[in-house]
Ligand binder design. Structure first.
Ligand SMILES: NC(=O)c1ccc[n+]([C@@H]2O[C@H](COP(=O)([O-])OP(=O)(O)OC[C@H]3O[C@@H](n4cnc5c(N)ncnc54)[C@H](O)[C@@H]3O)[C@@H](O)[C@H]2O)c1
Ligand SMILES: O=C(O)[C@H]1O[C@H](OP(=O)(O)OP(=O)(O)OC[C@H]2O[C@@H](n3ccc(=O)[nH]c3=O)[C@H](O)[C@@H]2O)[C@H](O)[C@@H](O)[C@@H]1O
Length: 388
């Protein structure tokens, strides 16, 4: 390993550290573990209730990094081993959360407990033991844009001041309490405020990450294959599932909401910079997204349909999309963020990071992965007679 030669952004050699990564078995965690094992000398204490997405990094024992990664099957809601692991580490990264919108209005208590209450001991142990914390929040803390409250044809809607989301300037605008969609964003906002206060009052060294729709391989699950048949994952997996099953893609409330998507591998580069440049990352909140990859959900559906047809060699359906109301799709209490463009000034200034991959390229490689991983399994599951 080229570990001796590695230097940080200020030219200082990077010392190997031990990282307690909570939620390491999830989508982002699996990519971060992969990066840390293949490109750095750091050690990871990987905490999660599942390890399917990092199995390839844990076995066999002959893997070159096998002495640098340890899996701990721990539910952080109730496990006294957590504090010990944080004490043994130089840095804690907390990724654990319920973070699928289908849960926010249907399981609001679990959502609030997971994103606020369960994160509290992690913050407390880091603060009390003088350990650095990188906490994963979300772009959803911004909620709706200021511009969304203007009339549809108002010229100020085109003014970036009314929609670009800035860590140190934009307000957090959520809907009413009965719109339980915002339970997640609100819990994330309060834990951000608590971490910030621990920094201000008790000197906690922290970095807060606000991901803007990171997507790529291993995101969520394909219903009925590696997750519950009735489960509703995030949009990438929903649309992949529809394409794999030759079903129309469901556009919630017309698919008019806008998102910027960033490739997981680009985003992981940003996290590695935060890990290895504490002096530049501590005390900051970072947007991590790709402002150049903006589409409406309808455009995303059209692009994925076109790319999947190329990847699979199968022609698209005559009617590739279908409209569905949010009440029908998510149930009562759903609401939506209208538009999400990250301001990149702070991450650029502190870490010099920029995303590289275009939406077309990232969807091409992700859908190639989805097809290779799931097409056969879907065919078999469709062919299987339903048990009576
Ligand atoms: N993927 C994105 O674009 C995105 C966007 C915004 C915010 N985030 C945030 O980033 C973090 C990671 O997201 P992800 O996409 O990898 O989600 P994910 O669901 O794939 O990963 C979360 C992991 O945390 C684990 N976990 C949850 N509760 C736990 C508990 N009590 N004890 C132990 N492990 C537990 C889960 O098993 C899962 O493996 C979350 O905090 C999420 O809110 C992600
Ligand atoms: O990824 C992020 O940055 C954050 O945003 C996501 O929220 P959202 O983007 O609304 O979730 P998706 O499920 O990816 O949905 C995106 C859009 O597609 C729509 N959608 C989703 C699924 C579907 O089948 N059809 C459809 O039109 C949704 O209504 C929404 O407008 C989740 O809240 C979190 O994972 C995360 O914090």
């Amino acid at each position: 390993m080229a570990s001796q030669a590695r230097v940080d952004l200020d030219g200082c050699p990077i010392k190997p550290i031990t990282i307690c990564m909570i939620g390491a078995g999830g989508f982002i965690g699996s990519h971060l573990c992969e990066k840390l094992m293949s490109e750095t000398p750091h050690k990871v204490l990987a905490v999660d209730v599942y390890n399917d997405k990092i199995k390839h990094l844990l076995e066999p024992a002959s893997l070159p990094w096998s002495d640098r990664i340890q899996f701990h099957r721990i539910n952080i809601k109730h496990d006294s081993r957590l504090e010990g692991l944080i004490k043994m580490s130089d840095l804690t990264i907390n990724l654990a959360a319920i973070c699928t919108p289908a849960d926010y209005n249907t399981r609001p208590l679990d959502t609030i407990y997971s994103n606020f209450i369960d994160a509290l001991p992690v913050v407390k142990y880091c603060s009390e033991n003088n350990k650095r914390l990188i906490h994963f929040s979300t772009c959803e803390v911004y909620g709706k844009t200021i511009g969304s409250f203007l009339p549809k044809d108002h010229p100020l809607r085109q003014d970036p001041e009314y929609f670009v989301l800035k860590e140190d300037a934009s307000p957090c605008i959520f809907g009413p309490i009965e719109k339980q969609r915002w339970s997640y964003a609100c819990a994330k906002q309060l834990i951000e405020r608590l971490i910030y206060a621990e920094g201000a009052e008790n000197g906690l060294e922290f970095t807060i990450v606000r991901p803007f729709n990171w997507i790529g391989p291993r995101m969520d699950f394909i219903p009925g294959i590696d997750g519950p048949s009735e489960g509703v994952p995030r949009v990438l997996a929903c649309f992949s599932n529809n394409l794999l099953r030759h079903e129309p893609l469901k556009l919630v409330d017309g698919g008019q909401s806008q998102r910027t998507f960033v490739y997981i591998k680009d985003a992981i580069e940003a996290v590695l910079l935060m890990i290895e440049n504490p002096a530049r990352a501590n005390g900051h909140i970072f947007n991590v997204g790709n402002p150049n990859n903006e589409v409406t959900v309808r455009q995303l559906a059209e692009m994925m349909t076109q790319i999947y047809s190329k990847v699979s060699g199968e022609p698209p359906l005559d009617s590739p999309t279908i409209d569905v109301s949010s009440k029908e799709f998510y149930g009562e209490g759903y609401d939506d963020s209208d538009k999400r463009i990250p301001d990149m000034t702070i991450i650029n200034r502190q870490l010099g990071w920029n995303p590289k991959t275009s939406l077309w390229d990232l969807l091409d490689s992700t859908l190639t992965y989805q097809h290779r991983t799931y097409a056969e399994a879907i065919k078999k599951s469709i062919a299987k007679p339903v048990a009576s």
